[in-house]
Design a binder for this molecule. Structure first.
Ligand SMILES: [Zn+2]
Length: 115
């Protein structure tokens, strides 16, 4: 993906969120309370609701963005810039550079692969 198609595809916070949600759906969402894997999507809250115990999981929770206040768009731009470096990053390097936990760096790599 080059910078033109990137900006065309991810031109707003909502388009980034929608893309993030579709990728998260592919990976699946596991309820943190009861480990159930089926959820309803509550668009007005950008959250999943467990079909079993009704506990809610926000789109960000359990991902690299969980403890971040940065917008999805900033994350996408960062990932895009990272993906443009020809050098390539190991997951260890990303983990170190961004100060991430292991599962978060796996997410970061996944995002780079998508972009
Ligand atoms: Zn549940």
């Amino acid at each position: 993906m080059n910078i033109f198609s990137f900006t065309a595809n991810f031109d707003s916070e909502e388009s980034c969120r929608n893309h993030f949600k579709s990728e998260r759906d592919k990976l699946g969402v596991i309820c943190q309370k009861c480990s159930h894997s089926e959820h309803y999507w509550i668009k007005s809250r950008w959250s999943y609701e467990c079909k079993n115990c009704r506990s809610r999981t926000s789109l960000r929770s359990g991902t690299i963005m969980q403890s971040s206040n940065l917008s999805f768009m900033i994350w996408y731009k960062t990932m895009f810039l990272l993906s443009m470096t020809k050098k390539g990053f190991s997951s260890k390097e990303i983990q170190k550079q961004l100060g991430l936990k292991r599962y978060e760096s796996v997410w970061a790599i996944g995002m780079i692969a998508i972009l």
